[in-house]
Design a protein. Structure first.
Length: 584
């Protein structure tokens, strides 16, 4: 039994999902609830305790307990596997793996010690000025504890000496980024000194680095600990570990720049705020947001620097397929000051009335002069086209094109032509008509193929009997074809097919969801019913061969005479399997 299988067996999917706050109610043999992965008003999220699978009929997400944790936490398969292994008390196998993770364990211990040290120092006499500063900025004691804020005292070796007494090697402190060696290498000193400390956490809420703000006005105002094996600032967003649930629930993330800009709103009840923490937004950060949000509202300072920062972030977020809006706080104050002065309502009012990318960019250009002037109009169009080239949604793109044409008094056709010249694909039909088209009906052949695949997911022990009688290429439904290929490959590799294992290893999210859906449907339809599985499968195979036979017969009628021999050979191979045929 491999680790993934043991983890699935010892972590009941209903219990795990319930622990994440998803309310599940019994519905027949399954459980049903509101999907945590999209805005769900009618319970469309199903969990099968028998199959140990989940599937949402609303958004199409599905899989095993491992994939639920992956999706909910926004972590990798291996991280979810380890998390669930720890939950079940399952030791992670392999001495080689222990040797590899041991240094990281020491790194985490050093970071944890530093975090505790800084927190304690904030409430000691040495931290009085730092604590007073935080209180003057409006932070309550509970907030300080929630964000685990601290203080790095003056002096060169306070942390190093305290860690040494606790048995922590100075080299581990250096690797963790909280200490450094002197130039001549003769001594080790504290990296942060006389600074308020903002711990930085990963998605799992583990401390990975620190940022220190000077108290005496010395520059730079903020210093980050160096990047380490665990700390890559461009791949993290401040406060995402606390905000991700609210972001997922609302579908919206509010993106600010500074630490305090995220902390103050959180204290006042705005729980979907994250910060880029002083760096230009990266593609990794945008991708991280995409795991939890459908829309991002950038809240920026109203000065020139804030405007430019928001403009840079727009393109990065749009490339990830996110809807993006931009909101400005009054010039001269920060978002945290806005919250102190006007409360959460003041911030939410600005967020709810945020500009779309077209209106924001036009406001940005209009600061330079009259938009009716030819030069500024051309500058505005150029900048907007560069932004629109990143928009993924055809509906949004069409709306933006119409908005630009109206605001700048330009023909829509000219804007579309320029976008095409830039390589942007534009839908030329009428979207309203397209949306009203009825969904394509499933053909009789596809219906039989899906029934066959459901039977194999319900009874995977029948795969050896079917393996040599039909190939993935014989199936016209691409989903069924791909599932069958995975089954055949799994059987060839292991001599058996385990459906949960098959879903775990599936590399494609959409296909994994379809497999989970079909497996759950099979369980609901067939469990407890009196019927002959082999007879059902045989019936499917026989009807699929009839379809193929008729196709070959039609091909013979249409093909030139010299090609008949090859087609007849294929036809003859099928004839014995066609019971009751006039050829038999």
């Amino acid at each position: 039994m491999d680790l993934a299988e043991r983890v699935r067996l010892e972590n009941d999917i209903v219990e795990v999902i319930s622990e994440y706050g998803v309310v599940l109610r019994r519905s027949g043999k399954s459980y049903r609830g509101l999907c945590p992965f999209h805005s769900d008003r009618n319970p469309s999220f199903f969990v099968s305790p028998d199959k140990q699978l989940f599937y949402c009929f609303g958004c199409g997400v599905g899989g095993t307990v491992i994939h639920f944790v992956m999706r909910y936490e926004g972590i990798s398969f291996s991280e979810a596997l380890k998390k669930l292994a720890r939950r079940a008390g399952i030791p992670l196998p392999g001495a080689g793996e222990r040797e590899e993770t041991f240094p990281r364990d020491r790194l985490r211990r050093a970071l944890g010690f530093a975090l505790s040290f800084y927190q304690k120092m904030l409430f000691k006499p040495e931290g009085r000025a730092a604590l007073q500063y935080l209180r003057e900025r409006g932070l309550e004691s509970e907030t300080i504890k929630t964000f685990k804020l601290g203080y790095a005292p003056e002096g060169w070796r306070n942390l190093v000496e305290a860690a040494s007494k606790a048995g922590i090697d100075p080299e581990d402190l250096i690797r963790a980024g909280v200490a450094a060696k002197s130039r001549d290498g003769s001594s080790v000193y504290d990296y942060l000194r006389n600074r308020i400390v903002f711990p930085i956490f990963n998605l799992q809420g583990e401390v990975v680095g620190f940022s220190g703000r000077s108290l005496d006005g010395s520059e730079p105002k903020y210093i980050n600990t160096p990047e380490t094996e665990l700390f890559h600032k461009g791949k993290l967003l401040y406060n995402l570990h606390l905000a991700k649930d609210e972001i997922r629930k609302s579908g919206r993330a509010v993106l600010v720049e500074g630490y305090m800009d995220a902390i103050l709103p959180y204290q006042h009840g705005v729980r979907n705020v994250v910060a880029s923490a002083g760096t230009s937004l990266t593609e990794d950060q945008a991708n991280l947001l995409k795991r939890f949000a459908r829309e991002v509202v950038i809240v920026y300072d109203g000065d020139e620097a804030g405007l430019n920062a928001a403009s840079r972030g727009l393109g990065v977020l749009l490339r990830e397929g996110l809807r993006v809006k931009v909101a400005a706080v009054p010039e001269g104050i920060d978002p945290d000051e806005l919250v102190r002065e006007r409360g959460a309502e003041g911030l939410l009012r600005i967020v709810d009335s945020a500009d779309n990318l077209v209106d924001f960019h036009l406001k940005l250009i209009s600061r330079k002069g009259n938009l009716r002037s030819v030069d500024l109009k051309l500058e505005a169009v150029k900048g907007l086209l560069e932004l629109l080239a990143n928009v993924q949604s055809q509906v949004e793109l069409g709306e933006y094109v119409r908005r630009i044409a109206m605001e700048l008094d330009l023909p829509e056709g000219a804007i579309r032509a320029e976008l095409r010249r830039m390589g942007v694909k534009l839908y030329t039909g009428r979207l309203v008509e397209r949306s009203r088209r009825p969904k394509a009906r499933i053909s009789p052949r596809e219906r039989i193929e899906r029934h066959l695949v459901r039977m194999l997911l319900f009874a995977p022990d029948r795969v050896p009997k079917v393996r040599g009688r039909i190939s993935p290429e014989d199936l016209s439904d691409p989903i069924c074809s791909r599932i069958v290929r995975l089954m055949w490959d799994e059987y060839d590799a292991k001599g058996e097919v385990d459906v949960e294992s098959l879903i775990d290893i599936c590399p494609d999210d959409e296909l994994r969801g379809k497999m989970a859906e079909m497996a759950l449907e099979a369980s609901e339809r067939f469990e407890g019913r009196r019927f002959d599985v082999d007879e059902e499968i045989e019936g499917c195979l026989r009807r699929l061969r009839d379809f193929k036979l008729r196709s070959l017969e039609n091909s013979i009628k249409l093909q030139p005479q010299e090609d008949d021999i090859a087609l007849l050979k294929q036809l003859m191979e099928l004839l014995p399997l066609r019971k009751g045929s006039r050829h038999g």
